[in-house]
Design a protein around this ligand. Structure first.
Ligand SMILES: O=P(O)(O)OC[C@H]1O[C@H](OP(=O)(O)OP(=O)(O)O)[C@H](O)[C@@H]1O
Ligand SMILES: Nc1ncnc2[nH]cnc12
Length: 174
């Protein structure tokens, strides 16, 4: 299926100069979204996974649906200050700002096989921070899947050495 037909671009969002790739029409499509989740599920390595991890907020949409499809648990990587109890945090820069993400201690057992999912790869700042956090808690991250990747912003280079995959790619200039 051509998932790209559901993606729209919005200039100057959330800041002037940013061309925003909006995946909400894809997530909202009764035809496109189930097919998206099925396509990702069918493409995964045959190794058994313990969890899908997803990054707040758009990574929750894809990650939780995929975890449900695979019959496994979903572990949220949230923005700072949202998760109760003991957490591990990491700050990072993204295409249009900076933020801090967190994961709960004990959410993932040492050596547990995890698939990381997010909607979009741009500079890779968010995904690198999430991968670093997952590795700090001892997860075995098999790969990271993005619905869309903006090529030209350095994301793939920042994640060099990690196994990453995107369903849709767009060439953009910095
Ligand atoms: O590769 P990067 O430059 O780090 O950018 C990619 C990140 O930016 C967006 O998240 P955002 O922080 O806007 O949060 P949201 O999902 O809550 O909208 C997107 O969902 C990715 O997580
Ligand atoms: N240009 C962009 N469009 C949508 N999400 C993004 N996250 C970071 N950069 C983005």
């Amino acid at each position: 299926m051509d998932f790209g037909k559901y993606v729209r671009t919005v200039p100057d969002f959330p800041k002037k100069g940013i061309l925003f790739y909006d995946l909400m029409p894809l997530f909202g499509s009764s035809e496109g979204f189930p097919r998206l989740i099925e396509t990702i599920a069918e493409s995964l390595p045959t190794k058994t996974l313990a969890h899908v991890a997803g990054i707040e907020a758009r990574g929750f949409i894809v990650g939780a649906a995929l975890a449900n499809r695979l019959g496994i648990g979903f572990v949220p990587i949230r923005k700072k200050g949202k998760l109760p109890g003991a957490v591990r945090e990491l700050s990072y820069a993204l295409e249009y700002g900076q933020d801090t993400i967190a994961i709960q201690d004990g959410a993932i057992g040492k050596g547990a096989r995890v698939l990381l999912v997010d909607d979009l790869l741009a500079t890779g700042g968010t995904a690198k921070a999430a991968l670093d956090l997952l590795e700090q808690v001892g997860a075995d991250v098999l790969e990271t899947v993005f619905v869309a990747e903006l090529i030209g912003l350095g994301g793939r280079e920042r994640l060099a050495g990690r196994k990453i995959r995107s369903l849709l790619t767009y060439h953009v200039s910095e």
